[in-house]
Design a binder for this molecule. Structure first.
Ligand code: SF4
Ligand code: SF4
Length: 321
């Protein structure tokens, strides 16, 4: 039955591995141990991690196994017209169409397991930490989950099932072998979230932590304007990673918004007040949930682009002298 599930996943172009259900508790334990040792920033822990401890785990009765699945994903380019120029921005993998992708994984695996009398549901808990306790994924120095032939350009999803699993649990997550000799992401990270001092990310310094926050939270003063590089999240450490080299050029061309829409986004206009065709484009590209952070995040990218243009114009003028 396990082989049938794995074959079905492979047919869809995804990758998967099974692990014992106990791996969820092990993933949580690993995180809690780090917390007890004071390795997490307090704000980051409270905002992003503490909720896992309080989650109820009753997705299915008698859970026996977890399936970690990786669905290939690519950065998406979103263009905005402003002041007669076009600003090309990037949304890194995992942000868009996540719910659709997770549902597709769940449905495909259920199609195999349900006729044989087994239940399956999406597992609650720390997805990345669980996936890296399976044979599917390993941590990179940037603390993203890496999968063979997909690098970090995938969306991980974990399912819980009552299918028995004989696999021995992996006690500790593995790190990519390449990270022992490579520091490309460390050098590329502008915020020093990736440190020399330890493998665990200083997540409270990661741009992602800040530009995913609610729209009324401004960027801290130490975040320099030139560091912003994505509409949400940050792609810098993934772009330079040799593990991602094979697909670094494969960016999906996403939507383009005209000047009127761009100005409305920057002004924080609500979805219902946007032109119908703009609403539809936001729906089609799963961008609706990011509408509220656009005034801050897109605003930061516009400021950066304006300043770069001004500097280039200045250099050109100086060059003519
Ligand atoms: S996502 Fe950006 S800020 Fe975060 S670790 Fe990677 S390069 Fe640094
Ligand atoms: S850039 Fe190098 S050190 Fe960073 S995750 Fe990739 S292989 Fe590891």
């Amino acid at each position: 039955m396990i082989q049938r599930v794995l074959r079905e996943v492979e047919v869809a172009g995804w990758q998967a591995a099974i692990m014992p259900f106990s791996s969820r508790a092990a993933a949580r334990r690993g995180i809690e141990d780090r917390h007890a040792r004071g390795e997490f920033d307090k704000g980051f822990y409270e905002e992003r991690i503490a909720r896992w401890a309080g989650e109820s785990d009753l997705e299915i009765p008698n859970p026996r196994s977890l399936f970690a699945v990786a669905v290939p994903d690519r950065p998406i380019r979103v263009r905005f017209k402003l002041q007669e120029t076009t600003l090309a921005t990037i949304v890194p993998p995992t942000y868009l169409h996540g719910e659709r992708s997770d549902r597709a994984v769940e449905e495909r695996i259920r199609k195999v397991l349900a006729p044989a009398g087994f239940a399956v549901a999406r597992a609650r808990g720390p997805t990345k930490a669980m996936a890296t306790l399976s044979e599917l994924a390993q941590y990179g120095r940037n603390n993203l989950a890496y999968v063979a032939d997909l690098g970090s350009y995938h969306r991980p999803v974990v399912l819980v099932s009552d299918l028995p699993c004989e696999e021995a649990p992996r006690r500790e997550p593995k790190a990519l072998l390449r990270c022992s000799t490579c520091k490309a992401c460390l050098a590329a990270c502008p915020t020093q979230a990736i440190g020399e001092d330890r493998f665990l990310l200083h997540a409270e310094r990661c741009l992602t932590f800040w530009n995913e926050k609610p729209p009324d939270v401004p960027f801290p003063a130490w975040v320099r304007p030139e560091w912003h590089n994505a509409l949400v999240g940050c792609l810098l450490c993934q772009e330079v990673c040799p593990e991602n080299r094979p697909f670094i050029e494969s960016i999906v061309e996403g939507p383009s918004f005209d000047e009127e829409a761009t100005r409305a986004f920057l002004a924080g206009v609500a979805k219902k007040d946007l032109p119908v065709e703009v609403q539809q484009t936001l729906e089609d590209w799963d961008l609706v949930d990011f509408l509220d952070v656009l005034p801050r995040n897109l605003g930061a990218l516009v400021t950066k682009a304006t300043s770069v243009r001004a500097k280039n114009a200045h250099k050109k003028r100086e060059g003519r002298k």
